[in-house]
Design a protein around this ligand. Structure first.
Ligand code: HEM
Length: 182
């Protein structure tokens, strides 16, 4: 993969924070849709917004992947230890994997009965037939993948804050202000 230089460019930063906001909103909406009482009037809204924003998150995650493939990732901050560089790189790849897997599995679950996915007044049709086996696999991926990603997001954000407040390096600031980060 190409080396993107000393910091994140503006496109990488906009995509990163858009994806972060979407994923956090999707967690909240997903948990609300499952936990709220069946008759609660917000339950339907939570599910509708979870599905619609899930489609948007898929598009943004795809854009993050394409940008990474085309523009590469910046060299790691020089003061990081080898294991930290390895762990961060693995976490970023896994986060991206889950950001693509969760909307795809959600789409399979939503369209398994042949129904379309509502999308801000439009409808995304069911593109392929979903067998019982595929629907069950998609439900498991969505459920366990969701909690795995939640744990990963907490570790990822926790590491970013530790770098900022304890190690006082430019890991977080270069994702906010760009190259150099200071
Ligand atoms: C409050 C939450 C978050 C914070 C504080 C945060 C912070 C950061 C920071 C500082 C970096 C740059 C690391 C480096 O320079 O090596 C980064 C990269 C990255 N983060 Fe986050 N992040 C958050 C949430 C998320 C979420 C929810 C995702 C979900 C997909 C995510 C996915 C990624 C990816 C894929 C990268 C690699 C950069 C890229 O591909 O453009 N982050 N994050």
């Amino acid at each position: 993969m190409a080396d993107g230089g000393g910091g994140y460019g503006v496109a990488a930063r906009i995509l990163h924070w858009s994806l972060a906001a979407l994923i956090l909103a999707l967690f909240a909406l997903g948990i609300a849709a499952v936990e709220l009482d069946y008759y609660n009037r917000f339950r339907g809204d939570a599910l509708l917004w979870h599905r619609q924003l899930g489609v948007v998150a898929f598009a943004v995650a795809l854009a993050v992947l394409l940008r990474r493939l085309a523009g590469g990732v910046p060299s790691p901050v020089a003061s990081l230890r080898t294991w930290e560089v390895f762990a961060a790189s693995a976490a970023h790849r896994l986060l991206l994997f889950f950001a693509l897997l969760l909307p795809l599995s959600g789409y399979c679950i939503s369209t398994s009965s042949g129904a379309a996915v509502p999308f801000f007044g439009w409808e995304l049709p069911a593109l392929f037939a979903v067998s019982d086996a595929l629907r069950e696999a998609a439900e498991a991926a969505h459920f366990y993948g969701g909690y795995a990603m939640l744990a990963l997001v907490c570790a990822h954000a926790g590491a970013a804050f530790k770098h900022h407040f304890v190690d006082r390096n430019e890991v977080l600031t270069r994702m906010i202000r760009g190259a150099g980060g200071r």
